[in-house]
Design a protein around this ligand. Structure first.
Ligand code: SAH
Ligand code: SF4
Length: 419
């Protein structure tokens, strides 16, 4: 099967600083008040912190269970509200710990209901998050890094210098913040500890799905993304099923199997081209992990099946990757590897200085028809939140045009509005 395909020798040529993971260049600034932020921590980690702070093992275990529930199931941020924790214990906790949220620099709502947030880490790095409501679901698009090292030529995030990986707290914090904003925490009496976790489902909720399609390459920050997703999936907390989480990668082949094995989330692959020449140009990581390797890793992805197909994202670039021949080759490749696949055609979102244009709507329609005729679903993604520039990489650039002072003023207003 593979041998019948175009011979393409994968070149393991390092391109320094471009496609290899970079170490975290700047450590996270410790909290000035010396307290530890519990956001993003697993139950065992919370227990370990409590033990280190002086509780005996049994106490630490019990309290960590309670804390985990309050933090992730209830969305509570102050210890005083934790009614099943003994009163004297609450100030003891508050002296040592906080339950943080990312700082909101700017929040906007589009006329189509799409919401967009510009967030800031404790050490002053900005990243973004978008919520896209649909009739039957609500999808939160979260970031995994500040910037990205991969420099895909059509992506604005790729032009930003990677500042650093986001921590599990900053990744989970995005989900927590979205649920705060959507007012989605369960209310009522504190009796959930005895509840059947399975009864707590995403049905009827606004935030039902998560996609790791914001800033950054999630498989270059795998450990933090994995730990964060484990917290998000935990049945006693946010309880989001792995079937409702999709990780998008530009093709970090060596990490794909681990992603399937250790998190088991749905996979989306940013394919964008079907020839070595074009993919080398628009997704430079292709020079390191070529098309054949990538498609084979997809064929081997644990958990992929006809019921859980892999999504292939394909950005429509005028006269670059949008010919009838490209569409036919796409079908041929996906079939040659026997992939349970669906294709997502993304109209290119232009940004100032971009080297490409979006394909014409008729071209996109024709491309989509050819792939559909080949037996593979290929819907065209409707651009959302255009009026607030919610597309990939645009938010931060739009905000950067504002002055620091203006942004600080907006942040103050937001904080005040949050009470
Ligand atoms: N780094 C990961 C996830 C973040 S990018 C990845 O590349 O898959 C999420 C998706 O947005 C990718 O499919 C990416 O190719 C696409 N994208 C980036 N810039 C875009 C643009 N200007 N227009 C349309 N899609 C874009
Ligand atoms: Fe990074 Fe994804 Fe943008 Fe490529 S498309 S530069 S991998 S964020």
């Amino acid at each position: 099967m593979c041998a019948a395909m175009n011979a393409e020798t994968p070149i393991s040529m390092p391109i320094p600083g471009h496609i290899d993971p970079v170490p975290v260049p700047r450590a996270i600034t410790p909290r000035a008040d010396g307290r530890s932020d519990l956001m993003g921590l697993a139950r065992e980690d919370i227990g370990a912190l409590l033990e280190a702070a002086g509780l005996d093992r049994k106490q630490a275990k019990l309290r960590s269970k309670q804390l985990f529930h309050w933090i992730y199931h209830r969305g509570v941020t102050d210890f005083e509200s934790m009614t099943d924790i003994a009163k004297p214990m609450r100030p003891w906790l508050a002296e040592r710990f906080v339950i943080g949220r990312p700082e909101i620099v700017e929040a906007q709502v589009s006329s189509d209901g799409t919401r967009k947030w510009l967030l800031r880490t404790d050490d002053g790095q900005d990243y973004e998050m978008v919520f896209i409501p649909d009739a039957d679901r609500g999808t939160l698009c979260i970031s995994s890094q500040v910037g990205c090292t991969l420099n895909c030529r059509f992506c604005h995030t790729g032009t930003m210098r990677l500042v650093r990986n986001l921590t599990p707290g900053e990744i989970v914090g995005q989900v927590m913040l979205a649920r705060d904003a959507l007012g989605e925490w369960p209310k009522g009496a504190m009796d959930r500890l005895d509840e059947d976790a399975a009864a707590y489902t995403a049905d009827g909720r606004l935030l039902t799905n998560i996609v790791l399609m914001g800033m950054g390459e999630p498989l270059y920050n795998f450990d933090h993304v994995r730990d964060a997703m484990k917290v998000v999936m935990h049945g006693d907390g946010l309880a989001l099923s792995k079937r409702r989480i999709t990780l998008s990668t530009s093709g970090v082949v060596p990490m794909m199997a681990r992603c399937g094995e250790e998190i088991g989330v749905n996979l989306a692959v940013s394919l964008h081209a079907v020839t070595k020449e074009v993919r080398d140009e628009i997704v430079p990581l292709n020079r390191k992990y070529g098309l054949e390797q990538l498609l084979q890793a997809c064929a081997d992805y644990p958990g992929a099946s006809n019921a859980r197909r892999i999504t292939f994202e394909y950005v429509m670039l005028k006269d670059k990757n949008d010919s009838d021949e490209d569409a036919r080759e796409l079908v041929r490749l996906l079939k040659a590897y026997g992939l349970p696949a669906k294709v997502n055609l993304i109209p290119f979102n232009p940004w100032p200085g971009a080297a490409y244009e979006c394909s014409d709507p008729e071209r996109i329609k024709r491309f989509s028809d050819i792939v559909f005729e080949g037996g593979i679903s290929a819907p065209v993604r409707t651009p959302r939140g255009r009026d607030i520039m919610a597309a990939c990489g645009q938010l931060k650039s739009a905000a950067e045009k504002k002055s620091r002072a203006e942004l600080d003023r907006l942040a103050e207003e937001k904080q005040a509005a949050l009470g």
